[in-house]
Design a protein around this ligand. Structure first.
Ligand SMILES: Nc1ncnc2c1ncn2[C@@H]1O[C@H](COP(=O)(O)OP(=O)(O)OP(=O)(O)O)[C@@H](O)[C@H]1O
Ligand SMILES: [Mg+2]
Length: 280
């Protein structure tokens, strides 16, 4: 794991309206970071800084050691692929297939290689049956999937997904989780911006909570997603499993660790109950 993106005390405002008020954050390779927080907290504004679409007014952003003020968006985008909240801003081509080919050609892949990668990616994302269709004829969920596919195709070192699960059905949501785990296994850095605490509990190693242009809490997912006070400030609810664990604790059943997911929760609970029944 290495440092991929360093955000150092970044300030930014839109036409005089302050939106980022001193954000410090690190994105690492081989790790999934979830950025969470209320609407308007500045999450999308922050990730636009990761590829130099916006530049800090104060502070700096380093992408693999390069200050975003000193590089073009095209250069930065090779290393950091961003899939924006609204995929429509990212789709340009006349066909689904063309969209992926266009992205690959743009990133400098020779035609033959681009074609081969495109085929693989169309299959992987189950988009091959739409290959000739206009991206605009796709459903919202399909369009989002196409935008993810186009970025995954050119293999950036860091992938940033703004609300990847919004509008996705249960099946596609699980596929996105698996994709994220796969990217992490390949050593990529993954950033997900999400309002979905259960999804964050599933995929994130670290969580950063944003409130009004600041990161108010950052740390391992198991700590941040069980911090009732910080979650409340970020207007999030606790995921169901730690919430259930907290209820049990109030009843005197304290689990040894703080589980986030059902598997470990049940195991720990069983262990604790066995212990009780069998005695020390
Ligand atoms: N282009 C813009 N011009 C002016 N203000 C903007 C612009 N883009 C965003 N803002 C404002 O900046 C603030 C932060 O917006 P941002 O999109 O970063 O929030 P967010 O945390 O991503 O919210 P959401 O959860 O709704 O996606 C909001 O108050 C928003 O209205
Ligand atoms: Mg946003």
């Amino acid at each position: 794991m290495g440092d991929a993106i360093l955000v150092e005390d970044v300030y930014f405002s839109y036409e005089g309206l302050p939106v980022l008020k001193g954000v410090t954050l690190t994105v690492r390779t081989g790790e999934v970071l979830a950025i969470m927080g209320e609407n308007g907290a500045g999450k999308t504004t922050l990730i636009k800084h990761f590829v130099g679409l916006l530049k800090p007014e104060r502070g700096r952003v380093l992408v693999f050691g390069v200050d975003t003020r000193e590089a073009s968006v095209a250069q930065l985008a090779r290393r950091v692929g961003v899939i924006f909240q609204n995929p429509d801003h990212q789709l340009f081509a006349e066909s689904v297939e063309g969209e992926i080919l266009f992205t690959l050609r743009n990133m400098g892949y020779p035609p033959d290689e681009a074609r081969a990668i495109c085929e693989r990616v169309l299959k992987l994302f189950e988009l091959d049956r739409y290959r000739g269709r206009s991206p605009y004829s796709l459903s919202v969920g399909e369009r989002k999937r196409l935008a993810i596919a186009a970025v995954v195709s050119y293999n950036p070192d860091v992938l940033v997904l703004d609300e990847p699960t919004a509008g996705q059905d249960f099946f596609n949501k699980s596929k996105i989780s698996r994709l994220i785990f796969g990217l992490k296994r390949q050593g990529k850095g993954v950033v997900v911006v999400t309002h979905d605490v259960e999804f964050a509990a599933q995929v994130a190693d670290r969580v950063a909570l944003m409130v009004d242009g600041r990161v108010i809490r950052e740390g391992p997912a198991g700590e941040v997603l069980t911090d009732a006070e910080a979650l409340k400030r970020a207007r999030l609810t606790m995921p169901q499993i730690p919430a259930a664990a907290a209820l049990l604790e109030a009843e005197g059943l304290k689990l040894p660790s703080k589980p986030l997911l059902p598997g470990s929760f049940y195991l720990e609970l069983l262990d604790l109950l066995n212990h009780r029944w069998v005695g020390p």
